[in-house]
Design a binder for this molecule. Structure first.
Ligand SMILES: [Zn+2]
Length: 460
């Protein structure tokens, strides 16, 4: 995610301590457990009035004795009418389920360690109109875009207990394991889906979407859009935009292609075959990442070419998340710096390839100072709940975290630094890494000690 250029200020009405105390049973910090191999079969139908209904069948192997399976329905943070579970089945037999709170549902599942399971959850809701919903507008519809972020039940990760946090109104909420997806999608007439994975029209208004190793299924429906395409090595890049925004759509495509090339040279070739970049209405966020899909706020397209540095930052940052989020996962709530700081620093490699590195370095320095002035208690490695209202979040975690990685790069030298990040990618590909994992790997590959930098910048 890239916070909006103006900085977001969302009212915070409930103390995080109170909120988190209610979740103590579900809360877990460590994410060292191995990912189970998961497969989602989704059938989803979107009606012209914004109604959504569907079934998610999740296949996997229980890593422990599970009396229940915990699913997240992230859009329900805006109200249970947006998305709710209506039934659950295990192997064709209806089972009990309980809504712990609107975004968290426990489904009965008598599975012993090593048992394969196949669990079906039926769901329904209504996608709110963009003008009448809160948050980023990432689960919302307008006359030209229906944004369907996390529009299905997502199995929470398991690491000795279920990893499930309250959904905060700032930052990214999703913590998920990668899975294979097959989707049978029905859309209203005249709309086309753009998704993680590949989309194939099987009959008018009906699409099959498939993808492997997806940390989540990103999905948006658009109406009346234009598309431009280009290649970045093995990756097909498609830029979707409204006809009035053609020059910004072309610029988004060019920046995305150059960023993929720049990161591929440092970290190895991309593992995704296709990347879609789509302009949609968003608020409080300039861009949001999904596997194989980037959503960018259309207000930045309307204003293009004003503020060319920030416009490029949106795509340079979200492309980096294809490596650091989509491929190497982490806990975006307890340790948002692990992917956000690394994605921000990686975005600097795009600017470096354009001969503009000093420009982005100055931006990070200013932004970090502003962030610290707004939130004196939080540090780069602080959890999401230490930024009430989102105050100082982008400046401290993104910009400050990027400056930390720059200090590490200068200490280690380019060869060792980028070798370490290639190792990090290889060792944690399609898994979840912790901050401790990343720091241990940097220390392992560094020709000289890093602990003073880690202490000075991260306070660890
Ligand atoms: Zn981000």
């Amino acid at each position: 995610m890239v916070p909006a250029a103006t900085g977001s200020r969302v009212p915070f009405r409930q103390g995080p301590g109170v909120l988190l105390a209610l979740w103590v049973v579900l809360l877990t910090i460590s994410l060292s457990g191995a990912a189970a191999s998961l497969r989602y079969e989704l059938a989803v139908a979107i009606a012209p009035g914004g109604e959504i209904s569907g079934e998610a069948t999740v296949h996997g192997t229980a890593p422990a004795d599970w009396p229940e399976a915990v699913f997240r329905l992230y859009p329900a943070v805006h109200g249970a009418e947006c998305l709710a579970v209506t039934g659950a089945w295990v192997g064709g037999t209806e089972v009990a389920w309980e809504s712990i709170e609107p975004t968290t549902v426990a489904v009965s599942l008598a599975a012993n360690t090593g048992d394969p399971f196949s669990l079906t959850v039926r769901f329904a809701g209504r996608i709110p109109e963009f003008a009448h919903t809160g948050g980023y507008g990432a689960y919302a519809r307008s006359d030209h875009a229906i944004v369907l972020s996390q529009a299905y039940p997502i199995l929470a990760p398991w690491d000795g207990s279920w990893v499930a946090y309250p959904v905060l109104p700032w930052g990214d909420a999703v913590v998920a394991e990668v899975a294979a997806y097959v989707v049978d999608l029905t859309v209203p007439s005249g709309w086309i889906p753009i998704a993680s994975g590949t989309e194939t029209e099987v009959s008018p208004g009906r699409y099959r979407i498939e993808g492997e190793n997806l940390r989540e299924l990103g999905l948006v429906l658009v109406h009346g859009y234009e598309v431009q395409t280009a290649s970045a090595g093995p990756v097909e890049v498609r830029s979707f935009f409204r006809p009035a925004h053609a020059s910004a759509g072309r610029a988004a495509l060019e920046i995305t292609v150059k960023a993929i090339d720049a990161y591929g040279r440092r970290f190895g070739p991309p593992s995704f075959p296709q990347l879609d970049v789509v302009s949609v209405p968003l608020r409080l966020a300039a861009g949001i990442e999904y596997p194989g899909l980037i959503l960018a706020g259309e207000s930045y397209y309307s204003r293009y070419p004003s503020d060319p540095l920030f416009f490029a930052m949106i795509f340079a940052h979200e492309v980096a998340h294809q490596w650091w989020y989509a491929e190497v996962g982490s806990d975006q709530v307890a340790e948002p710096w692990v992917d956000e700081a690394l994605a921000t620093y990686t975005s600097g490699l795009y600017f470096e390839s354009e001969g503009r590195f000093s420009e982005i370095l100055r931006y990070w320095e200013t932004s970090y100072a502003q962030g610290r002035a707004r939130n004196k208690d939080a540090r780069i490695a602080s959890p999401l709940w230490d930024f009430p209202g989102g105050d100082g979040y982008g400046g401290i975690v993104y910009s400050g975290g990027a400056l930390f990685f720059h200090a590490v790069r200068e200490r280690m030298g380019d060869d060792a630094f980028f070798h370490a990040l290639r190792c990090y990618r290889d060792e944690f590909r399609w898994r979840m890494a912790s901050g401790a994992d990343l720091l241990a790997l940097l220390a392992r590959e560094s020709p000289c000690p890093l602990h003073d930098l880690v202490a000075a910048w991260l306070g660890l």
